[in-house]
Structures are given as structure tokens and as C-alpha cells.
Design a protein around this ligand. Sequence first.
Ligand code: GDP
Ligand code: MG
Length: 196
Amino acid sequence: MADSNHFDYLFKIILTGDTQVGKSSKPYASDVVWYDDTKLTRTVTVLSRFIRNEFNVESRSTIGVEFATRTITIDDKRVKAQVWDTAGQARYRAITAAYYRGAVGALLLYDVTKPSTFASVKKWVEELREHASPHIVTLLVGNKTDLESLRSVTTEEAAAFAAENGMEFIETSALNTSNVESAFESVLTNIYHIQS
Ligand code: GDP
Ligand code: MG
């Protein structure tokens, strides 16, 4: 019988992009579980205390890092993605290093109805260059395609930007789940082919 917990590869994937673009929405960051690695738990605990003292924050979810996992099969191998989502990344700079450390993939989201979030993609690419591995596989994701009548970033301009910056590109809707699975499959398959 197949063991659903079994995996051959574990890839850390981070979600990045402006606030309100859909990073924390199902199915991007559903089934949030807290990471149980001792070292990181300690880091989070320390940060939690630090942030609580400084900002009087009560909820754990506002510490800044959450984890969701999903496992897909590639070439008969179980490839598990540990997806990191963040709240207030810019605010809690202390977690930045832990957030980017070890990440092999990034989904860089913007909102197709908000040009400012697409303009920010440049800034997020620089942030990745500064903090992440130079080999990180980045997928540019235009989210909220269900709001087609409000669209103000064209598929063509985003595809061109992605090509110029060595990223793959996809458009999704977290609301109706369109292409979200494909987004994860694309980034995990690319990483798998690089790593294996
Ligand atoms: P985050 O700040 O990037 O984590 O964004 P959230 O996941 O919190 O989403 C911000 C808002 O956008 C919420 O009200 C979501 O319900 C909404 N949202 C997220 N994805 C979509 C989408 O694909 N379509 C629509 N219409 N709304 C979305
Ligand atoms: Mg969020």
C-alpha cells in the first residue's frame, strides 16, 4: 500500500509578491501546518517573543511564516513541496534570512487587476537576487484571472517581462483554482529536472 507520507524529494518553495495578491488564499496556502524542525521552531519562538514584545501581536499567524505542503508525482518519484507563506515580510525583516534560506523555488505573484502589483515584480526579483540562491527557480504568476473585466495587466506584457528575466510565467485564479495546480507542477518539475 502506498504510504502517503513517503517522499523522495523535499523542495522548499516560497510565495512572494505584494500584499493582497492572493498568496495566502486557498489553494496557494491552504492546510497550513507549523513546521516542526527543532531549529526553526526555536527561531520562530524567539521571533515570536521578539515580535510580541515589540508589537504586542497575539496571533501566531502574524509572526510571519506559515507552511503548507503538497506532494506530486514526477517520474514515479514523490516530490514534496513545502510552501512558505509570509505575512508582513517587509515589516519583520528579522525573518527574511530564514524565509529565503534553502528555498529552491519561488512563486512571484501579482494581481492582474492591479498594475502597481505588477510594477512591484521588479522589486521582488531584486529581493530574490539579494537573499535567495542564484539557482532558485522562479515562476511569475498573474493571479485573479477570474476578474477578467477588471484586468489591467495584459498576458503579453507579463510574458515578455518573464522571458526577459529568465522566469516562466502562468496566470491563475485562486478563487476558481484555475491553473494553480499547474503552477506548482511547473515549478516542481523544473526544480526536479535541475536537482535530479
Ligand atoms: P496576500 O496578501 O498576498 O496573502 O493575499 P490574500 O491571499 O490575503 O488575498 C487578498 C484578497 O484577494 C482576499 O480578499 C482574497 O479573497 C482575494 N483573492 C485572492 N486570490 C484571488 C483570486 O484569484 N480572485 C479573486 N477574485 N480574489 C482573490
Ligand atoms: Mg498573506
